[in-house]
Design a protein around this ligand. Structure first.
Ligand SMILES: Cc1ncc(COP(=O)(O)O)c(C=O)c1O
Length: 405
């Protein structure tokens, strides 16, 4: 079998793979606790269900414009006005099959082979693979001091003649860090000055804690014309607990959106009509589910941080948003893949190795599940790792006795 050079360089999505592993173990009856997940557990908003159901019951589910139905674009425009104080034209908006596809199509529209895309580490697992898929070169930037907050000097230092774009994701997957406004201002200024595309992956922007408001990158932009290279990505997956609906979008200059739409029209013909109608319902409907989700997540975050702080040797920075934490377990192992495997094997706790996000020694631990899962999961992890933990552990009515060093 002959596989393309690019095909051979692409790894599987570890996070999706872990979902599968957890599901298989659960189906076997194993008492698995999934702390590796990337989706809220709640139900989709009723307005989303009604939106899709109305179209489905009409029986007329057809192709849509490749950049999205007018009603969805209108909803995205209203959303952009509400959260960004900007009124894009319909030609500045493209709906896509999730934020993931919006980013991918954007990269396909702007990147030539061998050109570079810069992003701070830790980063979302898909950025390097997406860049590689187009024959580009991913350039992760690891701050020297190990901080989760990037420094503009470190980013500026890696920019060169081949740099085409910078991707910023705040609140950040996997660290949960919310980058300060001062950094957002600096990166917008830097990209404008250097003529680079700035892709703001704002998929978690409303899932932000401690009373903070979502950051608006446009506030710091000087160029508000059609030559602006600022691209804002968002979607319904996380804020409305609609991961399976696969609707996201991009807001950018007209020329870029036109090219992205052309590309998407040949790839998928655009996202599913049904799910676009669901997204319209979610965006225009009652927003209380977002506030409830944020409150639940903030509460979960507090419990998780408290538990992890009582875990000797583990260093945890309090996440300011998302539903991920990224504690440092290097006191126990510098090899995060081995550590994650050990936790799965010994106590059926799923975590994601930090290596996947460009930071060894860390594990990504999600807090989008139940408090029970969080507390029990951490207790099991402690039992495996912490020498001071009690020798015995009960998982349901199964008694485990520590028998390894
Ligand atoms: C940082 C980041 N961007 C984009 C996405 C993709 O979201 P969607 O489900 O809309 O494709 C994810 C999903 O995990 C993410 O974590």
């Amino acid at each position: 079998m002959t596989i393309s050079l690019i095909g051979r360089t692409i790894g599987e999505s570890v996070t999706l793979k872990l979902n599968e592993t957890a599901a298989i173990l659960r189906a076997k009856g194993d008492p698995v606790i999934h702390l590796g997940g990337g989706e809220p557990k709640g139900r989709a908003p009723i307005d989303a269900i009604l939106g899709a159901a109305a179209l489905l019951s009409s029986g007329e589910v057809r192709y849509t414009p490749a950049d999205g139905i007018p009603a969805l674009k209108k909803a995205i425009i209203r959303y952009t006005e509400e959260f960004y104080g900007r009124s894009p034209a319909p030609e500045n908006v493209m709906a896509s099959g999730g934020a993931k596809q919006a980013i991918m199509v954007c990269l396909q529209a702007i990147l030539n082979p061998q050109e570079e895309v810069v992003f701070p580490a830790p980063y979302w697992v898909s950025y390097p693979e997406m860049v590689k898929l187009i024959g580009g070169v991913p350039v992760p930037v690891v701050p020297e001091d190990g901080s989760f907050i990037p420094r503009i000097e470190d980013i500026e230092q890696v920019l060169g003649p081949y740099t085409r774009a910078v991707i910023i994701n705040s609140p950040n997957n996997p660290s949960g860090a919310v980058y300060p406004d001062s950094f957002i201002a600096e990166i917008v200024e830097l990209c404008e000055r250097r003529g680079l595309y700035l892709i703001m992956d704002d998929i978690y922007h409303r899932l932000i804690f401690n009373g903070r408001q979502p950051v608006n990158c446009y506030k710091y932009a000087k160029d508000h014309t059609e030559s602006s290279k600022l691209v804002v990505i968002n979607g319904v997956s996380k804020q409305y607990a609609m991961t399976g609906f696969r609707i996201g979008w991009a807001v950018a200059n007209r020329q870029l959106i036109e090219v992205m739409t052309n590309i998407q029209s040949h790839q998928t013909s655009g996202p599913s009509a049904l799910l676009q109608h669901a997204a319209v319902g979610a965006i225009n409907g009652i927003q209380s589910s977002v506030a409830n989700l944020r409150m639940t997540l903030e509460n979960n975050r507090n419990v998780l941080v408290e538990r992890l702080r009582s875990f000797a040797g583990v260093k945890i920075e309090e996440p300011g948003g998302t539903f991920y934490s990224f504690p440092d377990f290097s006191a126990y192992s510098k090899d995060s893949v081995k550590l994650s495997d050990l936790l799965l094997e010994k106590v059926q706790v799923v975590t994601v190795p930090g290596a996947e996000f460009g930071r060894e020694g860390h594990l990504r631990i999600s807090f989008c599940g139940s408090i029970k899962d969080i507390t029990e999961g951490i207790e099991r992890m402690k039992w495996v790792l912490d020498p001071d933990a009690p020798n015995e552990l009960y998982i349901g009515d199964r008694k485990l006795v520590r028998d390894w060093s």
